[in-house]
Write a protein that binds this ligand. Structure first.
Ligand code: NAD
Length: 483
């Protein structure tokens, strides 16, 4: 059987890794290898940096409208190739095709479109000193920046970094996850079709511990924008901080969904199902700890579990599958080990808990039932560690203060969602929650202008809107004194 072969994109050219080595890439729904991707090394990073250095003077000095035109062209090409890209994302990641089609690919185009527009509106500050002079802040691109992204929303998160970095005038060395490299490879072809000048964007494939590390260590890569696990983030920070690199770290989460008795019932129930199990629970924003006010707990649990039992797990190409495969064998094993741990910790399985082996072409794939676990204290490992799969826990609370205390009792602080029709309580609770993002009566409703990111072990810095353009530029204050 012939398999697909991906390539690095360096200096405008598609090429193998310098060592000619490849890594296997799996289709998780089939449980088999379908492609290979370059197993790049520090040498490839060095070549990309050289190309980026050559490209930087031209790219950084292009008028904003010209850079914006390139970004908009990338967006158009993604839209034109949406069907191919969605299929590629599903083949690589295991997520349902309806989800890649509805969310991943449109958002990837939107990332280019949004920052292509934003850069033409980006302005900097002036600070006037009465009768003395005027300060103005010049914001220039940093130079060469590194963008490293994870496997759960492959093209969506890859472009969320690349687009603002390019918009701000930087040249980019980007690395997708070695587990889901396909759409990044297709993006390099799109960059060629958009006639992006050689060296402006370089995409290098390979292992995190090898080529990812080489990007972080390279002395000429002046900023790192990373999305991935908290442990990896810590490792990256330990290398980049002593080199005084600018760092943006978007890390793990253990997000609470807080449901008060006065919530709008049907919408709360339906959205809690989505926030728990969309993308097999493999979204950093998924609500994995569901906290329900005691007076409605029994009814909520009964109706929630009934809805979960209706969700179909199966072939991601089948439009009736709500959940596809989890991303890899290793990840399936990790998720299953947490289900065992939860039971060992005294958890009661309300539904799910087992692997699924669909009939037909996906019989060897890595599928897991959506799983709901009750009867656990918030302090146990199941409620403290990120599982990042189709597993949620349900706990009850009696007072607003208790809900806030349980929600905040985690080392993570990415996102929370709150369900109440009491306006004062909504504001009060949102303010008390130690999370970077709070959704009230909704989940994952995104406005790309807003600051995106977490507190505590969920990361450092914010992405989105002006935050991203500020991150990818270096401010310089210039004071002109009057005579
Ligand atoms: P990961 O940390 O294993 O890998 C992420 C990326 O980093 C990959 O490209 C990987 O190759 C690379 N990498 C690994 N080790 C590296 C190293 N030492 N140096 C440099 N690069 C290295 O994460 P993952 O398993 O791909 O993704 C899942 C994690 O991502 C979860 O923890 C999830 O919460 C998090 N995530 C966070 C957000 C957010 O916005 N906060 C969004 C999506 C995913």
């Amino acid at each position: 059987m012939s398999i697909k072969q991906f390539q690095n994109y360096i200096d405008g050219k598609l090429q193998a890794a310098s060592n000619q080595q490849y890594l296997p890439v799996f289709n998780p729904a089939l449980g088999e290898i379908y492609a290979e991707t370059p197993d790049s090394e520090a040498q490839d990073v060095a070549a990309a940096v050289e190309a980026a250095q050559k490209a930087f003077p031209l790219w950084s000095n292009l008028p904003a409208e010209r850079r914006a035109a390139y970004l908009n062209k990338m967006a158009n090409l993604i839209e034109q190739q949406a069907e191919t890209l969605a299929l590629a994302e599903t083949e690589d990641n295991g997520k349902p095709l309806w989800l890649s089609t509805k969310v991943d690919i449109p958002r990837s185009a939107a990332n280019f479109r949004f920052f292509g527009t934003a850069l033409t509106h980006f302005a900097s500050e002036a600070h006037y000193m009465e009768t003395v002079g005027i300060n103005y802040t010049l914001r220039r691109p940093i130079g060469i920046v590194g963008c490293i992204s994870p496997w759960n929303l492959p093209l969506y998160l890859f472009t969320w970094k690349i687009a603002p970095a390019l918009a701000a005038g930087n040249c980019v060395i980007a690395k997708p996850s070695e587990i889901t490299p396909q759409t990044a490879y297709l993006l390099s072809q799109i960059a060629q079709q958009a006639d992006l000048p050689a060296g402006v964007l370089n995409i290098i494939h390979g292992l995190g511990a090898k080529v990812g590390k080489a990007i972080v260590e390279h002395p000429h890569i002046k900023a790192i924008s990373f999305t991935g696990g908290t442990r990896t983030g810590r490792e990256i920070a330990s290398i980049a901080a002593p080199m005084f690199k600018k760092l943006s770290l978007e890390l793990g989460g253990k997000n609470p969904s807080i449901i008060f008795a006065d919530c709008e019932w049907d919408e709360t129930l339906a959205t809690t199902v989505r926030s728990a199990f969309t993308n097999q629970g493999e979204i950093c924003l998924c609500g994995s700890r569901i906290l329900v006010e005691k007076s409605i707990y029994d009814r909520f649990v009964a109706e929630f579990v009934a809805k979960i039992q209706e969700l179909k797990v199966g072939d991601p190409l089948d439009t009736s599958s709500y959940l596809g495969a989890v991303v890899s064998k290793e990840h399936a094993e990790k998720v299953m080990s947490y289900i065992s741990l939860a039971q060992a910790e005294g958890g009661v399985l309300l539904t799910g808990g087992k692997r699924v082996f669909p009939e037909g072409r996906c019989s060897k794939g890595w599928f897991i039932e959506p799983t709901v676990i009750a009867n656990l204290s918030n302090s146990c490992r199941t409620n403290q560690e990120e599982i990042f799969g189709p597993v949620v826990t349900i706990q009850s609370f009696e007072t607003e203060a208790e809900a806030i205390a349980i929600a905040n009792d985690t080392e993570y602080g990415l996102a929370a969602n709150v369900w109440t029709q009491n306006l004062s309580r909504a504001h009060r609770v949102a303010e008390e929650l130690a999370f970077g993002i709070v959704w009230v009566n909704c989940w994952m409703l995104r406005d790309l202008r807003t600051p995106f990111g977490g507190v505590k072990n969920s990361g450092v810095g914010r992405e989105g809107g002006w935050e991203a353009l500020r991150f990818f530029t270096e401010p310089k204050n210039i004071l002109v004194k009057y005579h």
